[in-house]
Design a protein around this ligand. Structure first.
Ligand code: KG4
Ligand code: ZN
Length: 348
């Protein structure tokens, strides 16, 4: 008998639903919320309200695009953690109600595990064990994946996530949210060696991006004259604006190069420490062209087998939740109907 999963993802500002049958993704519908753009970041209350509006049409579209009837669904999956609690509650409550009314199992999925599993959607899959650098707006982790349901975090950020480093830099440059894709766009036209930003010295496989953010702040306030903290800034507001305008491509290229080198130097270290050369990327920041190119170049240099999910499976999507739930279904790893989501759950 075939196993059909209907999955819902609602951890942040994307409402998504997907149908997966026997490990194959049949549909993946994503409704993005543009309401946050004007606020320079995701507004939790607005995100929850938009999920409430979107969830029924998105689930309907996922079913019809997969040509699937509700009566043939074997289990309902939902993102249980981590994320914005109001957003998670909408998806969780919807999933629980559906599982109860259809009298089928409920499966809770950890969002960060699902980002890693996005690498198993394509036909050309990594073999186990593999390492995955998961880089998103909320997380930066190096994960050791031994099988679809056994993963451990080898290192993670001690402050900002890589996506936050991109988005906060964009904000300092006066660009709208989310700034990551815009920095990527400008960086492609700029000289990455023009400005030098420091690489933090963090032991082990952990990351830090808050120092970089501070150095960019002072660099811009001093209109490129200094990275060092000064009580009195060297440039007027007018000068700062002019400096950004005239140098935006080179600033973006230089910042992006530093973020990418922080990420990939740790990934290289993790590969040496574990001896694992099958290496994947995951999460929204893996859409970054600088990261993708440098990752593939390093893969060729160090003889890694490299994998990057297709773009629609890099950013938040329900297909990765559905596929993770499929593997949990095979293990009969179900949730009770009293399951509650959690904003900050550790790995299970
Ligand atoms: O995985 P994701 O969609 O959501 C979270 O779980 O956070 O990641 C969103 C993050 C945002 O910070 C966004 O700016 C970043 O991914 N991002 C990028 C690019 N595309 C998305 N950052 C740099 N370059 C990109 N091309
Ligand atoms: Zn995510």
């Amino acid at each position: 008998m075939s196993i059909t999963i209907l999955a819902i993802e609602s951890s942040c500002d994307e409402t998504s639903a997907s149908i997966c049958r026997d490990g194959k993704i049949l549909s993946n519908i994503i409704a993005s919320q543009s309401v946050h753009e004007q606020y320079g970041g995701v507004v939790p209350e607005l995100a929850s309200r938009a999920h409430m509006e979107n969830i029924v049409p998105v689930v309907d579209a996922a079913l019809s695009s997969a040509n699937c009837q509700l009566s043939s669904v074997s289990a309902i999956a939902f993102t249980q953690a981590p994320g914005l609690i109001g957003s998670l509650l909408v998806g969780a409550q919807f999933a629980k109600s559906l599982a109860l009314s259809l009298d089928i199992p409920l499966i809770g999925v950890h969002h960060m595990q699902a980002h890693v599993i996005a690498n198993l959607v394509a036909d050309d899959k990594p073999e186990f064990p593999f390492l995955c650098l998961t880089v998103s707006g909320g997380h930066t982790q190096i994960v050791l994946c031994e099988n679809p349901v056994k993963m451990s975090v080898l290192g993670e950020t001690i402050d900002d996530a890589a996506g936050e480093a991109f988005d906060k830099t964009a904000k300092l440059l006066g660009l709208p949210y989310p700034g990551g894709p815009l920095i990527d766009k400008y960086a492609q036209l700029g000289n990455p060696d023009r400005f030098h930003f420091p690489e933090p010295q963090i032991p082990g496989l952990d990351f830090s991006f808050s120092g970089l953010k501070t150095s960019i702040l002072y660099f811009l306030r001093n209109a490129g004259k200094s990275l060092v903290y000064k009580d009195e800034f060297l440039a007027t507001e007018e000068d700062q604006k002019k400096f950004i305008e005239e140098n935006i491509n080179d600033i973006c290229a230089s910042v992006q190069q530093r973020i990418v080198s922080i990420l990939l130097n740790k990934l290289k270290k993790a590969s040496v420490q574990t001896g694992i050369k099958t290496i994947c990327l995951a999460g929204g920041v893996s859409a970054n062209s600088g990261l993708r190119n440098r990752f593939l170049e390093m893969g060729a240099t160090y003889k890694w087998k490299t994998f990057i999910p297709a773009f629609e499976y890099c950013t938040d999507n329900a297909a990765m939740i559905a596929l993770t739930a499929y593997y949990k279904f095979l293990e009969s790893d179900f949730e009770s109907l009293s399951a509650v989501p959690s904003a900050r759950a550790a790995w299970t």
